[in-house]
Design a protein around this ligand. Structure first.
Ligand SMILES: [Zn+2]
Length: 178
C-alpha cells in the first residue's frame, strides 16, 4: 500500500527538479519570448532518462521503466505534440514520485481525456503523476507572469506553454483564474 503524496510535497519536488536541471522560472522574461514551454529534453537529459519515441497503438500514451541501471521513457509519437509533452511530464512524475522498479504503463480510455478526469482514474499514482505534470508544464509563477503581461486567453496561454487548451483550462480553474 502506498501513502498518498500531498500536493504541496509534489509541488516542492517539481521546484527541486527545476533547480537540479538549471531551469530558472524566475528569470524568464515572458514579454520577450514567443513561448515559455518548459524544456523537457533538458530534464530527461539531466535525470539520465533515455527517451524512446515509439508508434504505440493509439490507446497507449507512454511507459516508464528501468532496465539494468538504465531508465527508459517511451512516448507514443503518433499523438499530438502537446499530448506527447503531457505524457513525458507524466512519466517524469512517476520517476520522481514513485518507484523506478515498477513498470509504469499508461493506457488511455479515450484519447485526450485521460489526464483530466481524475474521477475516472483508478490509481492514486496516476492522479499524482498528473498533478506533477501540470506543475511541471504550467508552473503557477510562470502563468502569473503571462497573465500580468497581458497573455490572458486560454488558446494563447496553451500555445505559450505548448500544452492542450484542455490542459490549460483545467490548470487555470485549479489556480483560480477561471
Ligand atoms: Zn501513469
Amino acid at each position: 500500500m502506498s501513502e498518498r503524496i500531498p500536493f504541496p510535497v509534489i509541488k516542492r519536488k517539481v521546484q527541486r527538479l527545476f533547480r537540479e536541471c538549471n531551469i530558472d522560472i524566475s528569470t524568464i522574461d515572458v514579454s520577450r519570448k514567443k513561448h515559455v514551454a518548459i524544456d523537457l529534453q533538458k530534464i530527461t537529459k539531466c535525470r539520465n532518462i533515455i527517451m524512446q519515441p515509439h508508434p504505440f497503438s493509439n490507446d497507449i500514451s507512454g511507459v516508464f521503466y528501468k532496465k539494468g541501471d538504465k531508465l527508459f521513457l517511451g512516448v507514443n509519437n503518433t499523438h499530438t505534440e502537446t499530448r506527447q509533452r503531457f505524457t513525458v511530464a507524466h512519466e517524469i512524475g512517476h520517476h520522481i514520485l514513485h518507484s523506478d522498479d515498477v513498470l509504469h504503463f499508461d493506457i488511455t480510455e479515450k484519447p485526450d481525456t485521460l489526464h483530466f478526469r481524475a474521477d475516472k482514474i483508478q490509481s492514486l499514482q496516476e492522479t499524482e503523476a498528473n498533478f506533477f505534470a501540470a506543475e511541471l508544464l504550467m508552473p503557477a509563477e510562470l502563468i502569473k507572469k503571462c497573465v500580468e503581461s497581458g497573455i490572458v486567453y486560454v488558446s494563447e496561454l496553451a500555445k505559450y506553454f505548448k500544452v492542450s487548451e484542455e490542459a490549460m483550462s483545467y490548470r487555470l480553474v485549479n489556480l483560480g483564474y477561471l
